[in-house]
Design a protein around this ligand. Structure first.
Ligand code: FMN
Length: 189
């Protein structure tokens, strides 16, 4: 079965990014795929230390869960990652995660190459597109395939759960998830 990993990088366990991930994971299952949801809530993801240990060992020297997530992603066909917008850009832990995952990828025969996925962003009012652009840099340099959707992958909401009221945003998240699965299925053929 085609498996897509959905990751919320919000510190809120049940925040808006997680709500979006749940909707997308459900859509993937409804369309005949397999999905697993992960969250960075409760974790502190450090920034890359440029120690280059991964070059020699294939693993990150920092023991905070990124190596384990890299292994999970390696065994999947795609990855959707969501960030809350903080001061117009992605939450720091999200970019720390992506940058270290990128380094692990480079020291492991570029396992992300040809996997499908993309970013989504959630904010109260502004900064979504800059956040999406920032996160897309990771997907494109790592040989990943990013499908489009009906709109840019953004949702509006401040308090936990509020993004559910952004009907168009949630519908777009679902269409993005469906497209990720569709392309990932094609890539497996
Ligand atoms: C430190 C911080 C900075 C924020 N910066 C922005 C911002 O630049 N633009 C915006 O619209 N919302 C901003 N917000 C609001 C969050 O993006 C919003 O509450 C979002 O729904 C949080 O997602 P979550 O529930 O998944 O954590 C900020 C929130 C925090 C805590």
């Amino acid at each position: 079965m085609t498996k897509i990993i959905c990751i919320s990088t919000s510190p809120r366990k049940k925040g808006n990014t997680m709500l979006a991930m749940e909707e997308m994971a459900k859509t993937i299952q409804e369309n005949g795929g397999e999905s697993e949801i992960y969250s960075l809530a409760g974790k502190t993801i450090a920034s890359c230390r440029a120690c280059n240990a991964c070059n020699k060992t294939g693993k990150c020297a920092i023991d905070d869960g990124v190596n384990e997530m890299a292994e999970i992603i390696k065994n999947a066909d795609g990855m959707i990652i969501g960030a809350p917008v903080y001061f117009g850009t992605a939450r720091g832990d999200c970019m720390n995660f992506l940058q270290r995952l990128g380094m692990i990828n480079l020291s492991n025969q570029r396992f992300l190459d040809g996997k499908v996925g993309g970013p989504i962003a959630v904010a109260r009012r502004g900064g979504h597109t800059a956040t999406l652009s920032e996160m897309l840099m990771f997907f494109f340099i790592n040989g990943m395939i990013v499908p489009g959707a009906k709109y840019w992958n953004m949702g509006f909401g401040r308090l936990p759960g509020e993004v559910a009221e952004d009907i168009e945003g949630v519908e777009n998240f679902k269409s993005f998830a469906a497209n990720v699965l569709k392309v990932a299925k094609q890539m497996k053929k």
